[in-house]
Design a protein around this ligand. Structure first.
Ligand code: HEM
Length: 500
């Protein structure tokens, strides 16, 4: 095993160079709002660019496998070559790989963007700019990652009143038709969304999903308004709690088994034999005080979602085959699904095309495999190759190799033939995607390394949050009904309730 990088006298590793420099991102700053696109990881998250290697340090970010060494670095040429190997084969200039079918019929396309929504929720940094300046590495002053929908509520109606409409008794979310006459996220005159986390306007699909959650809040708020047991001054907080718990429930019971597979899910989450209450069995995501965000999760495992992204989507029966991104500036407002602009006329998403609703057959996501659609190799506004950025970011943060993690988990290693020419040792993100591709029928869900990291962290965050349904009231069950009768109150049921 390679040596751990040198630590300083304080027990922290020497700081790596700023990530924007390492990745060589071309970030356009000026320009009209429509073009000032900020992809969701473009502004590095506070504390995420410098994560101590010390096994005793605690901060907002940390390491799950603290004793594993960093993978020996690859030069940029090797990283570029590996990234290029991940380009899904397709027709030149085509948006979708067409040579082979990479569709994953077991996970509908909507779950990809639910994953992006979850990522934003747990990585959002609602601290003040002064706190950020005083504590740039988020070692002392930070909010622990939680499924608390702060990406929806921001700092709340007192600090961010512009997000809210003053309803009859409580506060409702501001949902209005935009300049194109379609219901959209609230926006200022520049077209900038007035929402808790601006990243949830990054593309049309995640933006519309944010809108569904705003509508869900209002539906639950209407129920609370007529509930005499809730004091008037607690109505908003009660609607917020009901929404958070339903969302957490759907993440655990609907999203998680789909992406990590039911076998891994049942290993990690079960009913306690004595009490019958839900229980988790976590071996590697251990938390002493506050839950933290492990870099193995945020910089490798949870980026599996990039491989689920399709090149083109049908938004509704009428609006079909829209590319997720086109190359260069936006040709016209209908050219692609990039966000940070008012929703174009006629573009309201028909959710039955993204989730199974009312017996619909939604478009599938892509397989969780070591292939990304061509559009992700030329991100808008000079964002470059997403695959290269992920690999470079992981290296800058000193992530362990896939093989070292698999050995620690006592799993059989992928063979050189399975790794198909990738460097060995292999970057963790690539290893996880390849594992899913070769061990789970082309990538129907994550394999044992990826599934264990994603499952343990999401369940660990839920358990570590004293305000989650799991910690505060483990006997709680949803009040929104299982409209599709599949035995799980999941996202399709929440959407149906929101839009009813
Ligand atoms: C069209 C959709 C998406 C785009 C364009 C996109 C793009 C990006 C970019 C540019 C980064 C920063 C890369 C860097 O380190 O330099 C990033 C980070 C990340 N992405 Fe995505 N992504 C998308 C969807 C998703 C999905 C579906 C998931 C998970 C299910 C996901 C998970 C993550 C995570 C965990 C990070 C690191 C933490 C963060 O910055 O939020 N992304 N993504």
């Amino acid at each position: 095993m390679a040596e751990m990088p040198q630590e300083t006298a304080t027990g922290e590793s020497a700081p790596p160079p700023p990530i924007a420099d390492v990745v060589g991102m071309a970030v356009s700053g000026a320009g009209p709002a429509v073009e000032a696109v900020r992809l969701h990881g473009e502004v590095p998250i506070r504390g995420g660019a410098r994560v101590p290697l010390s096994p005793i340090s605690e901060g907002r970010f940390g390491r799950m496998f603290r004793r594993l060494p960093s993978m020996p670095p690859l030069d940029d040429g090797a990283l570029q070559a590996l990234a290029e190997q991940m380009r899904e084969p397709g027709q030149p200039g085509g948006w979708e790989g067409t040579v082979q079918n990479f569709d994953n019929e077991t996970i509908p396309a909507g779950y990809t963007y639910l994953g992006q929504f979850i990522d934003h929720d747990i990585t959002f940094d609602p601290t003040s700019s002064l706190q950020r300046r005083n504590d740039p590495d988020a070692l002392h002053d930070f909010r622990t990652p939680r499924f608390d929908l702060d990406s929806l509520y921001g700092s709340g109606p007192i600090d961010e009143p512009f997000q809210y409409r003053r309803g009859r008794n409580g506060l409702a979310m501001l949902i209005e038709p935009n300049i194109n006459g379609v219901e959209d996220l609230p926006r200022n005159s520049e077209g900038v969304a007035l929402i808790g986390d601006p990243r949830n306007d990054e593309n049309t699909i995640v933006g519309q999903l944010q809108l569904v959650f705003l509508a869900l809040h209002d539906k639950l708020a209407a129920e609370v308004e007529v509930d005499a047991s809730v004091p008037a001054d607690q109505r908003f907080a009660e609607a917020e709690r009901r929404l958070r718990w339903h969302y957490q429930w759907a993440v655990v019971h609907d999203y998680l088994p789909k992406v990590i597979g039911t076998e891994m899910f049942n290993r990690l989450y079960n009913a306690d034999k004595k009490t019958g209450l839900p229980d988790v069995d976590l071996r590697y995501y251990r938390v002493k005080n506050n839950p933290y965000m492990p870099v193995e999760f945020s910089v490798a495992a949870f980026r599996f979602g990039h491989s689920q992204i399709r090149g083109i989507y049908n938004l509704s029966q009428a609006v079909r085959d829209r590319p997720i991104f086109t190359s260069g500036p936006l040709a016209d407002q209908f050219a692609d699904l990039r966000g940070f602009r008012p929703l174009p006329p006629g573009w309201t998403v028909d959710w039955s095309m993204f989730f199974p609703i009312g017996g619909s057959k939604p478009q599938p996501s892509r397989m969780i495999d070591a292939k990304l659609v061509p559009a992700l190799f030329d991100l808008p506004d000079g964002g470059g190759s997403l695959a290269f950025r992920n690999l470079k970011r992981a290296q800058a943060l000193g992530l362990p190799s896939g093989q070292d993690v698999a050995k620690l988990l006592q799993l059989p290693l992928l063979t050189s033939a399975e790794l198909a020419g990738a460097p060995e040792p292999t970057p963790l993100w690539f290893y996880i995607l390849k594992e899913s591709e070769v061990r789970v029928e082309g990538g129907r869900h994550l394999g044992p390394v990826g599934g264990r990291i994603v499952g343990e962290v999401l369940l660990g965050l839920l358990r570590g949050d004293p305000q989650s349904w799991f910690s505060a009231d483990p006997a709680w069950t949803p009040t929104i009904s299982d409209a599709d009768g599949d035995g799980v109150v999941g996202v399709p049921d929440l959407i149906q309730f929101a839009l009813s």
